[in-house]
Design a protein around this ligand. Sequence first.
Ligand SMILES: [Zn+2]
Ligand SMILES: [Zn+2]
Length: 129
Amino acid sequence: MGDITFAVAAKKKNKKLICTYTDLKGNTCGKTFVGYPNSKYCKYHRNAKHREVAKKEIILDITTFKFKHTYETPTEIIRHCDLEGCDNEYKMTLYPEQVEYARYCEHHRNPYKRGRHLAKLEEKKNESV
Ligand SMILES: [Zn+2]
Ligand SMILES: [Zn+2]
């Protein structure tokens, strides 16, 4: 469904992106930055030292994140799916009064699909060892 859109979008460079870094309490950084389509984190969080390693169980159940922004008109931005190993992008519209937004790509808003994705990821890891 959305995969074609994502592939096309990935060819464009330097887009307005949003940092997907989420700390152990489920707070997402949410800083907007301009970067290459495959960057998931803002400049600060690209440094691994600035990222706590989150426990999957804690953050997986939280399907939204709070993002306090200063946009006064609805603004469309591109965000990466928060799920480990998923590089899907999705468009998200920021609304002035709204602070809560979806963390996962359209595909992974379904908990069953998130579970399957992670199970596959685990399998791959085991294979490559
Ligand atoms: Zn960040
Ligand atoms: Zn995803």
